[in-house]
Unconditional design. Structure first.
Lengths: 670, 188
């Protein structure tokens, strides 16, 4: 039996090849076609009796993953005419996405939202994109060619055991397609009343049999929205451009990726006030310009070892720079990450890894906002392991894991989790988990001065060197039904216990010092279902309920933060999507979502008594394939609503209504 | 302007890293030609996809050609090419590759979903569910989550797990010699 003999020959061949890779071009002498024909002539029984020594590791099935995971696919993005990364998350069950204005977003999972929300870990192709100054994400500068995104994995609940600190309430991981999957030209152009100009150019090429590359250029230009109560233009028009490349290669057991991007955004913003020293105190309604640039370069090397083991080494350098009237921020991040996956016997599937991250931060301080010190470097060391233990094959699996991190501000942090997956019968899966995650102090928590009000005297919120990590202990259970191919259900319930949450404590009549005097819990339910109603018609629906109960410890003097935590989320949300394929060439999609009222979106809004009314958003897209390579589409958002308020941001934000928008697009691929 | 003072240490480190990255890039960009050869595993799996056709009956038996489809990244390298010269039940084999989920997936007789597409199982299976498409994958628990035939590995050999319930739902019949070789996951 040829297969049984072949592995050793093949492996020797590969080894020789690897050694000579850089010097010689090696070629295989054997004819695979002949071998293949021989195999095709064998009876089934003989095929099944063949021994293959290097069978690749069996990929875990996401539908039996013991976590609340949802995947947004490339098709989902296309079918909703998505043009920005934050908006791509709007229809994910349980995720709340709100626009503060045209260029500022809030994305939250299970509460604790806000523009500077720090409970969600976001990464793009393995590169963390949160800003170390406040551990949140500037969504405006996260620009990607949407057509080149393969998928967005969203995990609600802690993912810290694998992903590390800040994965308190969720993880968003965006993966772009390989260069091989994006060969040829893609030209995209669009125009509309809000997004007035969109242009994308991508070219994917073959360098040789083993290496493929792609390059892209993208640009978008947005018009401004209006302020609430007909108060005029919100001065939030902006543009963002990006360029980048990706190269993927493979030879034998090795594969590698080298990719890089460059971003530039110019944004207008309207600030409710900019504080100045006495006797001026404050300038009201300042029109400001944000200048934001970023670039990154990432290399990843993966090797499949002979039996059931894969190693990955990844290195990236990420640079971001952002200037606005009250602050300038510059961050350089160097990150090295090693991971190894291996199977130990039939029943243990182990992943472990080591990581190092250095952040060099430089700030330009102003009277309103100071980061202290203005120049600082931080090192983060991390290690993790996860063992997936098969207790009963195809029935019961236990996953144990933990992340161990050492950070500059709080030292060692341990973030363990235990998860069980039980498949009682085909089509049913039940899971449960207990996990702990922490939100480590951001640079701003550790040292900063933020002027919060000029009257009666300048009030300052001050960072604190003794600020501790915020913690969550999370308990989750879930159920999925996959018994039919036309109907699926996914349900999750959770209870979180939070401790050491950030509070502002009076340390003098004019200074509020950051401290950890808030604790509490949250509980919720997330249901979603998909129904393939006909060959050409799919319906998706989801509902989520959330309740937060955050309290101050007795000695706390903070009267604001718990109110904002308890008031800055939508208790109820539902989402409904309909996707139709009509007569081969047409895609007709409609989607609706309801976001419940939000009482206190931020401190500023709480003080001003501004709350957010609940709303239903109606959206639709019609696309026509005029030619197999050419697609014309029209997307309309907030169809029955000329404008509505979705959120009011933390600092200096002016309440802005998000307008109805229409976008016409053409996509040409060849 | 932001000060760039104090970048010395990292700067030097990064310059050194940059040198490594650049030389890496040069190595990578240097044309290396190794003939991509299908692995033993995928040659065997390609042969299995072909052989399975003999044990399966589709309701619309006249449908021609016999379409063997792969969704997403093709892991077979060249191993499937030899199938094009073959016939299943006197019907010429045609290979089709899909990179997006659409109703045309329903035209496949056999649809293979590689391990790399584990994120897309549900949407692929559902969009093919109104047609008689035999879905095959080696993703873990594929047979428990709506898939029809899951390829397993035991003692370095390949085996099958079959979800008979979804097979029947799709009006597909699997002959008993194949069923006897497989682990039946759901008979309902």
């Amino acid at each position: 039996m040829c297969l049984r003999r072949r592995p050793s020959q093949l492996e020797n061949f590969r080894r020789r090849c690897l050694l000579s890779v850089l010097v010689f071009a090696c070629s295989s002498g054997a004819s695979h076609a002949d071998d293949m024909d021989h195999l095709l002539d064998l009876p089934l029984l003989e095929l099944l009796d063949m021994e293959v020594t290097s069978v690749s590791r069996r990929e875990q099935n996401l539908l039996t993953a013991p976590a609340a995971i949802h995947v947004v696919t490339n098709d989902d993005l296309r079918r909703r005419g998505i043009t920005s990364v934050a908006d791509a998350l709007r229809m994910v069950p349980g995720i709340h996405v709100a626009s503060i204005d045209g260029n500022k977003w809030v994305v939250s999972s299970r509460g604790h939202g806000g523009r500077f929300s720090n409970k969600l870990l976001v990464q793009i192709d393995g590169r963390s994109v949160y800003t170390p100054a406040f551990s949140g994400v500037y969504w405006d500068i996260q620009d990607l060619v949407i057509a080149d995104i393969d998928r967005i994995e969203v995990i609600r609940g802690p993912g810290a055991a694998l992903w590390g600190a800040n994965a308190v309430n969720g993880v968003v991981s965006i993966t772009t397609k390989s260069a091989e999957a994006t060969q040829g030209w893609l030209l995209e152009a669009g125009t509309g009343n809000q997004l007035s100009g969109l242009a994308t150019l991508r070219y994917g090429m073959e360098i040789d049999d083993n290496q493929k590359a792609r390059f892209y250029l993208k640009s978008r230009q947005y018009e401004s929205n209006d302020r609430v109560a007909n108060a005029g233009d919100a001065n939030d028009d902006w543009d963002v451009s990006s360029a980048g490349f990706r190269l993927d290669g493979a030879a034998g057991d090795d594969s590698w990726t080298l990719q890089g991007d460059l971003f530039q955004a110019n944004e207008d913003q309207l600030l409710s006030a900019v504080f100045q020293p006495a006797p001026v105190f404050a300038q009201a309604e300042v029109k400001d310009k944000v200048d934001s640039t970023a670039w990154n370069i990432l290399g990843r090397w993966e090797r499949n070892h002979n039996s059931d083991s894969t190693s990955t080494l990844q290195l990236y350098w990420d640079h971001t720079k952002r200037n606005e009237v009250y602050a300038g921020q510059k961050h350089d991040t160097l990150d090295v990450d090693f991971q190894n996956q291996l199977s130990l016997g039939e029943n243990h599937s182990l992943v472990w890894g080591l990581g190092y991250r250095r952040v060099e931060a430089r700030y330009r301080n102003s009277f309103s906002i100071k980061v202290i010190p203005e120049s600082q470097n931080t090192d983060l060391y991390s290690a993790f392991f996860q063992d997936q233990i098969t207790l009963l094959p195809s029935v019961l699996t236990l996953t144990l894991g933990s992340k161990f991190e050492h950070n500059e501000f709080t030292g060692f942090e341990v973030q363990p989790s235990a998860r069980v997956m039980w498949l009682p019968a085909a089509g049913h899966s039940v899971w449960a988990s207990i996990s702990r995650a922490v939100r480590t102090p951001s640079i701003g928590d550790n040292g900063s001065d933020v002027v919060s009000s000029p009257v009666p005297a300048f009030m300052v919120v001050r960072g604190n060197e003794d600020f501790q990590s915020e913690t969550v202990d999370a308990y989750e259970i879930g159920y999925r039904y996959h018994g039919s191919n036309q109907f699926t259900i996914d349900a999750t319930a959770f209870y979180n216990e939070y401790d050491d949450y950030r509070s502002f404590e009076f340390s003098s009549p004019t200074v509020l010092l950051m401290d950890n005097q808030i604790y509490g819990n949250s509980s919720g339910l997330e249901l979603s279902g998909v129904w393939q109603a006909a060959r050409w018609w799919q319906l998706k629906a989801s509902y989520s309920y959330l309740h937060l109960d955050m309290k101050n410890r007795q000695q706390s003097t903070d009267t604001i933060n718990a109110l904002v935590l308890n008031g800055s989320y939508a208790k109820n949300m539902w989402k409904l999507q309909s996707s139709m394929d009509v007569a081969d060439a047409w895609e007709i999609d409609a989607w609706f979502y309801y976001v419940g009222s939000i009482d206190a979106p931020s401190t500023v809004a709480l003080m001003a008594g501004t709350s957010i009314d609940d709303y239903v958003s109606t959206n639709a897209r019609v696309a026509w394939k005029y030619h197999p390579d050419v697609e014309l589409s029209v997307t309309a958002n907030n169809i029955f609503d000329s404008g509505h308020l979705e959120y009011v941001g933390e600092h200096f934000s002016v309440p802005t209504e998000i307008s109805r928008s229409v976008l016409a697009q053409i996509r040409w691929q060849f | 302007m932001l000060s760039s003072k104090g970048f010395g240490q990292l700067g030097m480190m990064l310059r050194r890293r940059a040198a490594v990255v650049i030389s890496l890039a040069l190595i990578l960009l240097f044309p290396v030609s190794i003939e991509a050869s299908p692995s033993d595993e995928y040659r065997l799996k390609a042969a299995l996809l072909f052989k399975l056709g003999d044990f399966v009956t589709w309701p619309d038996s006249d449908r021609e050609p016999f379409e063997i489809c792969v969704f997403g990244k093709n892991p077979f390298d060249g191993a499937l090419v030899a199938l094009q010269a073959r016939k299943v039940k006197d019907k010429q084999i045609a290979l089709r590759f899909f990179d997006r989920v659409n109703a045309n997936l329903g035209q496949c007789h056999i649809l293979y979903i590689p391990a790399s597409e584990n994120m897309h199982i549900s949407s692929v299976i559902m969009s093919a569910s109104y047609n008689s498409v035999l879905t095959i994958s080696d993703i873990q628990n594929f047979a428990e989550t709506g898939g029809m035939i899951e390829l397993t590995k035991k003692n370095n050999r390949i085996g099958f797990r079959i979800n008979l319930r979804v097979v029947k739902e799709a009006k597909i019949k699997i002959a008993s010699p194949l069923l006897e070789l497989a682990t039946i996951v759901s008979t309902e």
